[in-house]
Design a binder for this molecule. Structure first.
Ligand code: HEM
Length: 492
């Protein structure tokens, strides 16, 4: 992973580069495999709701829990692989800390799997207080505790990694505001169009995720104390706020970490640089605050919430995502327009991600309106919105990066037929999966119901067919990644 061609890039020894490449590939392969398994879990849930598969309600909720926590974990570990790969080219990052987080993550995964499949914990990845403690015999206190401990362990690993990000960014740029481009935005330094977008995005992710994970750690510790000392009763509304702040920030941050692949790879494929400028810095600065302020749109039905908080959240929800989406989407269109880009699978996936991200936020904005939320709250509209932007926005960025790393992006050959087939199976399947969820929500079908009423079953069956296409596409992507990635050299 030598980075000698651009003077502002960091030099590493060959052995450090070799080790770093193995580490990034390990993150990608582990993450993509978990995604595939979790998609199979999603397919099973859809088939069960559609009466094509018989599973008990307790197993359904265990699968729902492992699916939720599994995809969020996979999104975190894979997007961190993408982010670390590019960030280390501009600031001196430690391979040891990167590996440490990876192994801590795997330890957390083992704890979580044990809590679900041995301990039978099925209280959803959101572990909403006081549900973990009142299972009515479905799981033990110990199982709920191990689940939360697993999450806590994973959070600690990421906090250690972010300390290394912070150290390295400060060592190179002196301050987080300089790394974010604020000194240029506010005229204290001339605008440097070569200031790396990867550094701007990573600094934003570092700030928001540090806060999000710290809030998650606080709420997990409070939940753990409550499990063993029930007389300690934290305020339920405070717990819900902290959990939604944590969950919302963490999953959004995966998108902001992965978009670095768009900034770094589209210029390679088009032969045009991605120039950072004042609107770019302003957008990323705004999103630091917006991403932390939007989560209360999930709490619009919680009447004890202070009205001002909900109003602010509603306003921020309308605007959240738009600044970075606009500069990124517009930038991507401009950089590709008449560039003569070769549409490799990697390029297609990265471009698709812009559509998925942009279109996926629209149902979220609709649901953040109080009048709409009154009807759509806790319906399948909500999974519809996040499956849209995660399946068609986040995943294409991650898989597009995997294709690049597997050597596809730089080679002269055209995409193989199997790649093209995988791409369209995935695209159509993911679009249909999300649209069926949205249509179900619009028909008032509730989310998180193991058994569906007869009039809802047709939707679940259509969703099952769509999900099979997604799994097929993903299977082809994974096979390609597993065959080509391990031996691939670092793309220059
Ligand atoms: C083949 C692909 C997938 C299928 C068929 C699928 C299906 C499902 C189903 C049936 C549910 C439960 C819906 C309900 O409330 O009744 C669900 C929940 C969820 N899915 Fe997926 N999913 C897929 C992929 C993904 C991916 C790639 C992500 C994230 C990157 C994701 C994130 C989630 C989350 C966060 C939940 C919420 C779990 C909860 O309510 O606790 N899914 N999915």
């Amino acid at each position: 992973m030598s980075t000698t061609e651009v003077s502002s890039k960091i030099e590493y020894s060959d052995s450090e580069d070799r080790n770093a490449l193995i580490a990034v590939k390990s993150h990608l392969i582990a993450g993509l495999l978990v995604f595939l398994l979790m998609m199979l879990a999603g397919l099973a849930m859809r088939a069960a709701q559609g009466t094509w598969l018989e599973i008990g309600a307790d197993l359904f909720y265990q699968i729902m829990t492992v699916h939720g926590v599994g995809v969020v974990g996979a999104a975190m570990i894979t997007s961190t692989g993408v982010q670390w790969y590019f960030l280390r080219q501009y600031v001196k990052l430690s391979n040891g800390v990167f590996w440490t987080n990876f192994f801590i993550f795997l330890t957390g995964v083992v704890l979580i799997l044990g809590s679900i499949f041995v301990g039978k914990y099925g209280g959803a990845w959101t572990f909403l207080f006081p549900l973990p403690a009142i299972s009515m015999g479905a799981w033990s206190t110990g199982a709920a505790a191990v689940f939360q401990l697993g999450l806590l362990v994973i959070g600690v690993g990421f906090l250690i990694l972010y300390l290394d990000f912070g150290r390295a960014i400060l060592a190179r740029y002196g301050s987080l505001s300089r790394a974010l481009g604020l000194t240029q935005l506010f005229g204290k330094e001339p605008v440097d169009y070569k200031h790396p977008a990867a550094v701007v995005a990573s600094t934003m992710v570092l700030i928001v995720n540090f806060m999000g994970i710290a809030a998650g750690a606080v709420v997990l510790v409070m939940g753990l104390i409550n499990l063993f000392y029930p007389e300690f009763k934290p305020d339920a509304l405070l717990m819900k706020n902290l959990i939604y702040f944590f969950g919302h920030v963490v999953i959004n941050a995966t998108m902001y970490a992965s978009v670095i692949a768009v900034y770094e790879l589209l210029p390679r494929y088009t032969g045009r640089p991605w120039k950072t400028n004042k609107p770019f810095y302003a957008a990323w600065f705004a999103i630091v605050f917006m991403v932390m302020g939007v989560y209360p749109h999930h709490l619009l039905m919680d009447f004890p919430m202070p009205a001002w908080g909900l109003i602010v959240a509603q306003v921020l929800s309308f605007g959240s995502g738009i600044p970075v989406l606009v500069v990124t989407g517009y930038g991507a269109l401009m950089i590709v327009y008449r560039s003569g880009i070769k549409w490799s699978t990697s390029a297609k996936l990265l471009f698709l991600s812009m559509f998925g991200w942009a279109a996926g936020v629209i149902p979220a904005i609709l649901d953040a309106m109080v009048t709409v939320n009154r009807t759509f709250h806790n319906t399948l509209w909500v999974p519809g919105h996040f499956h849209f932007y995660l399946l068609l926005g986040l995943l294409p960025m991650l898989i597009g990066f995997a294709y690049f790393l597997a050597g596809e992006g730089d080679s002269k050959e055209r995409p193989k037929a199997v790649d093209s087939f995988g791409f369209y199976a995935y695209l159509i399947g993911a679009f249909m999966t999300s649209m069926v969820f949205l249509a179900s929500g619009a028909n008032s079908i509730p989310r998180r119901w193991a058994a569906h009423l007869p009039e809802w079953i047709g939707f679940a069956q259509a969703g099952t067919i769509a999900a099979s296409l997604v799994v097929l596409g993903m299977l082809l992507f994974i096979m390609r990644a597993l065959i080509s990635l391990p031996g691939a050299n670092n793309p220059r």
